[in-house]
Design a protein around this ligand. Sequence first.
Ligand code: ACO
Length: 435
Amino acid sequence: MSKETLTAIDNRTGKEYELPIEHDTIRAMDLRQIRVEPEDFGMMSYDPGYANTASCKSRITFIDGEKGILRYRGYPIEQLAEQSTFLEVAYLLIFGELPTQDQLDYWVYRVLRHTYLHENLTEMLKTFRYDAHPMGILISATAAMSTFYPESRNIDDPDVRLKQIWRLLGKLPTVAAFAYRHRIGRPYVYPNSELGYTENFLYMLDYMGQSKYEVNPVLARALDVLFILHADHEQNCSTSTMRAISSSRADPYVAMAGAQAALFGPLHGGANEAVLRMLMEIGDVAHIPAYIERVKRKEVRLMGFGHRVYKNYDPRAKIIKRLAYEVFEVTGMNPLLDVALELEQIALHDDYFLERKLYPNVDFYSGIIYQAMGFPMDYFPVLFALGRAAGWLAQWVEQITDPEQRIARPRQIYLGPERRDYVPVDQRQPVAMAC
Ligand code: ACO
């Protein structure tokens, strides 16, 4: 019978070690016993970017990157996008099961009861410059909420945790809508709890005092589906940040502000904006071959392509591609779609991309939809953050209730100078100030 162990031989010493295997994984701490001299620190694993390191055991999201599978709590993303709503998916992610009708009604009621901001926070939002990046506003406002709800630091109390979950899910769309209205100089529209979650968000963005105002149901549903598709993606950069900050027992507001900051980067949540800029730069189908050559010369990356985990078509990209046509029925066609479709076709048949398993990711088409709906480009990561908030909260709860978790504290391989003595300022040689 096979044994669930890994035998390692240290060729420096000839010693043999037997390391237990659980879930196809060895514990990094089991390597520490491997040492040449008894006083050595012991062996570590080196993994920049955590490409092959599991930082937690999780029951929330399953991804099979080779096969292009994504499931939340076991449910395929395709079924959830087709049949569920964002708030129901948020419930599923956070509590682990789909709610009954009563549970769902109560959940929606509680979240929508927390959409109003404290007026001091609203006043604070007004102090940003007119052209402030909406992600900067969102990150700052989320962190500032920590000062309004100091009880949130009591993270070991499940009731306190639940309240912060309602608050964060309820208030983030309001902050996001105010950030949008601020930039265009329009008065803020306060939430309307008679509308659905995503409907209310579109209303706060758009309402201009009309007596007969209705949110377009196709656009509200499309955005709701986009929120579902972005709701969780296991241990990505921003979620790992949420977990890392929470591991120090910080409150969920500052932890989520950190997660949002991680999402802001162009390699993560900023990618859909980068895709759109790329499509505009290409401008015309005729210019695609020349652009592909630049990608192959590694002068530029094909934004919206490639993924650390997916080595196949991102299942979310397939759903978004279909959704794009539904949105264009309402908004009119986005001319960049032709460029995107042709670019995708060329890349999907080109050896450079096939060999590296580079396929469209979630961001390839989402930016085109957002643009057709009238969102400014720098607002795209905000939309991503609204959906991902559900996953961040689910992962936060799992992190802080997991008895195996400790403060996140990776190791390093130190390659800097050996011990040296302090040099008085008048005896130093100038060194270039590059960093
Ligand atoms: N265009 C062209 N070549 C690429 C691309 C791309 N988009 N992505 C990866 N490659 C190439 C690399 O140059 C490298 O080639 P090489 O082996 O010849 O050196 C190879 O593919 C592997 O690339 P890595 O950078 O090692 O892949 P990694 O897993 O670190 O990066 C990432 C993943 C950051 C997503 C990358 O594919 C990328 O930059 N994509 C574009 C940005 C993007 O769309 N980000 C959104 C990700 S999804 C999300 O955050 C929601």
